[in-house]
Design a protein around this ligand. Structure first.
Ligand code: ADP
Length: 240
């Protein structure tokens, strides 16, 4: 297994409050890793540091062999890390296909983008997320679940080496959650994926590797069953 993302000793303070306290986390190539933990555990802060939104007070982030600690968000995207937010950020007035093309342009030089597809064809990323039949629709007309999938397609169009997804199944129906799990498993055959997720049933069904954060530290790590059986996790996270 080759390490793709290596986070070492990551520490972030907001005033006198320590949100991350010496976090070590390694994500290997083509891994589908879940990051869980109670509210305030530091999950978003960790993603914010990796994506260049927040500067750490100490520690480092190494991605694909390069130290990306403290790079701007823009440069992190260029380095190959894509991220979704809890509310899908799609361009509502544009078509589904144009959303994907526009997203691709964030990372691709314009001349390559123009060659990328003739306007009548459907971006392959829409096929992957099962939205090809809606390519000509306005993104604003999509249901919540389909917006999330469109956002994933938009990220895939940027050809990231690492995908960071923030609660991708929040607000989805059971059927949509199941499809999303299958989609993430398929994506992880080619791309490394780190998912922040709360839904325990979703984890049980689709996670192989889980990292539990609590009060800014890694509390446990392993497969979902081992993590659920961990007494400390049961105490702080499952409320037992
Ligand atoms: P999680 O995503 O696991 O719920 P967060 O990373 O959002 O946790 O937050 C961790 C802690 O850091 C929380 O107690 C939160 O209030 C605090 N925090 C996050 N961002 C800021 C900030 N910009 N300023 C002050 N405190 C913050």
């Amino acid at each position: 297994m080759t390490a793709l993302l290596t986070i070492s000793g990551l520490t972030v303070s907001f005033g006198s409050f320590t949100a991350l306290d010496g976090v070590d986390l390694t994500v290997h190539e083509k891994e589908l890793r879940f990051l869980i933990g109670p509210n305030g555990a530091g999950k978003t802060t960790l993603i914010d540091v990796v994506t260049g939104r927040t500067r750490p007070d100490a520690g480092s982030v190494v991605f694909a062999g390069a130290d990306i600690t403290g790079l701007s968000e823009h440069r992190v995207v260029r380095a190959g890390i894509g991220r979704t937010f809890q509310t899908a950020a799609v361009f509502e007035a544009l078509t589904v296909a144009d959303n994907v093309d526009l997203a691709a342009s964030f990372r691709m030089p314009a001349h390559r983008l123009l060659r990328r597809r003739d306007r009548s064809s459907v971006p392959e990323e829409l096929d992957r997320v099962g939205l090809a039949h809606l390519a000509g629709r306005r993104a604003g007309e999509l249901s919540h679940g389909r917006r999330q999938w469109l956002e994933i397609a938009m990220l895939l169009a940027q050809k990231p080496g690492l995908l960071l997804l923030d609660e991708p199944v929040a607000g989805m129906s059971a059927a949509e959650r199941e499809r999303t799990g299958e989609l993430l498993t398929a994506i992880a055959e080619e791309t490394t994926v780190l998912v922040v997720e709360h839904d325990m049933e979703f984890l049980r069904r689709h996670a192989r590797a889980v990292t539990v954060l609590h009060e800014g530290r890694v509390l446990a790590e392993g497969d979902p069953d081992a993590v659920r059986a961990d007494e400390r996790v049961a105490e702080v996270y499952l409320g037992r």
